[in-house]
Design a binder for this molecule. Sequence first.
Ligand code: ADP
Ligand code: ZN
Length: 206
Amino acid sequence: MGHLGWIEVICGPMFSGKSEELIRRLRRALIARKRVQVFKPALDTRYSVDEIVSHGDSRMKSEVVSSAREILDKLDWRTQVVGIDEANFLGQDLVAVAQQMADSGKQVIIAGLDTDYMGRPFPPVPDLLCVAESITKTLAICMRCGNPAKHTQRLVESDDLIVVGAMGVYEARCRRCFEPGVPRQEYLEFARPRAARRQNESGSEL
Ligand code: ADP
Ligand code: ZN
């Protein structure tokens, strides 16, 4: 009998520790002397070309692919554990690719955003949740109030689904503080005292 493969998904907003958790699991697989391969989409070369990097700066060597299918091309048949970061940039094909790898006995660990800047399901992560054996939802800290945050708030004006960036372009927000799309301008003026901001919102002159 061959090994039984499976799919683990780690999802949540930006800054919630998805990459950290993925790297933690992959390090443990290496400690267990498993053969590991790590992939990330070519779109995401913000911090490094050949590594996955967390916002807390833990790093791990990875291979870059421009599509989900390319993972199968680059897959070594001896690999036992496959890590994939930023699944939300890899498209719907990732579901079939992940299934095929799990069916052939590999442990597949996938991290990605579950919702977009409007709070909508972000393909293909919702479908990956349906085929996964294990699901972890990570939460960040809301940058406005400190509560647990499940949303990725976009801070710059754009209607594009994908705007690659991190600090200054996105921040984590909770259910109450999240504003689908781009927040009203006064919220972006972090430097101004809270009292002055409130006064302005109620319409009075500053
Ligand atoms: P993700 O992959 O989900 O974007 P990372 O694993 O890259 O998250 O980064 C998680 C790290 O980001 C945290 O350990 C912390 O150091 C840092 N961080 C920055 N902003 C936040 C925030 N708003 N909430 C939680 N962690 C944050
Ligand atoms: Zn909040």
